[in-house]
Ligand binder design. Structure first.
Ligand SMILES: [Zn+2]
Length: 320
């Protein structure tokens, strides 16, 4: 099975009526990587001459062996690097190529032709408009798949002509099972911190020791020694450390207001202690500061100065 276990019910729904599958479909949801993997397997399966009883591709027939880069009936639409090598956008010339591709007869007799537009938020308005007619009246046996993180990033004229398929995150239990099955049991305690996404967690597991380094300081509250703030905290970028500070200070705030917890269930005693010592007004304005920094953190800013100032402000939240 080349999709994630929590995607299986959506997979089965799609195949309920394989013969009358809508020719234009948009797949959207939480993680681009997860959505793209799903659509890759879907295209492979629809081209395969001998899919199994769950509709997964066989991996052995000529269609499967061609793979996604060489299959004559599959087109992955990308930016037009030849004419526009500075941009990641998919412009009108790529959209026109798509139209031409679909008008050719398929390589296999009566076979399907499939177009996939990954990360379709890259479509320019011109390209989207050029695709409208193709989406509305496609040639026989043609399928067009779009993937996008946020459906609102596509023109309504596109979304209204397609079947929308949401690929959601796993439930907590599905996420935990996945970590166990992939020999990542030791990561289970960090799921909350990684938005309950096991894929995000596995991809970023290298950062966990760094998270501990930072948390060891944050736990000290007003006793934090600013000398211990390490340049290496910026190894993963300013946005990374701001995200972590946001989650941590939000957890303190949440505990102050409602005694709840969200991201750091294992640290709830320390969080509670910090919440008792924290000034509510300063905690709230700290959230605001972090949000502001996050808005410009990806630009050319002095990361060390910004890190120092948010750490000074953090220390001031707590009153002795
Ligand atoms: Zn096959």
């Amino acid at each position: 099975m080349n999709i994630y276990p929590w995607q299986l019910s959506t997979w089965n729904e799609i195949f309920l009526n394989k013969v009358k599958m809508p020719h234009a479909q948009i797949f959207y949801g939480y993680k681009t990587q997860e959505i793209n993997k799903f659509v890759n397997e879907l295209s492979k399966s629809l081209l395969c001459s001998n899919p199994d009883d769950q509709n997964f591709s066989c991996g052995k027939c000529q269609n499967c062996l061609w793979g996604k880069t060489n299959h004559p009936d599959l087109k992955i639409v990308d930016s037009d690097l030849e004419n526009d090598n500075n941009s990641n956008l998919i412009n009108i010339s790529s959209a026109r190529d798509t139209k031409k591709f679909l008008e050719l007869t398929s390589h296999q007799k009566n076979g399907k032709k499939i177009v996939v537009i990954f990360d379709a938020e890259r479509l320019t308005v011109g390209a989207s408009n050029a695709l409208l007619k193709t989406i509305e009246e496609p040639p026989d046996n043609c399928l067009i798949f779009f993937t996008v993180k946020d459906i609102a990033d596509l023109l309504p004229t596109i979304t209204s002509r397609c079947r929308l398929i949401s690929l959601s995150k796993p439930s907590i239990n599905e996420a935990k099972n996945f970590l166990v099955k992939t020999d990542n049991d030791d990561l289970i305690d960090y799921l909350e911190l990684f938005n309950n996404s096991p894929i995000e967690l596995i991809n970023e597991k290298e950062s966990i020791s760094q998270i501990h380094n930072v948390l060891d300081e944050l736990k000290k509250g007003e006793k934090i020694d600013l000398i211990n703030i390490n340049k290496s905290w910026l190894d993963n970028g300013l946005v990374w450390i701001i995200n972590l500070l946001q989650k941590w200070s939000y957890e303190v705030l949440l505990n102050k207001i409602s005694q709840g917890h969200n991201y750091f269930p294992k640290e709830k005693n320390i969080i509670h202690q910090l919440a008792l010592n924290a000034d509510l007004g300063k905690l709230l304005s700290y959230q605001k500061t972090l949000n502001e920094i996050k808005m410009y953190a990806q630009k050319q800013v002095n990361k060390e100065i910004n890190l120092n100032s948010v750490m000074i402000e953090y220390k001031k939240i707590f009153v002795e």
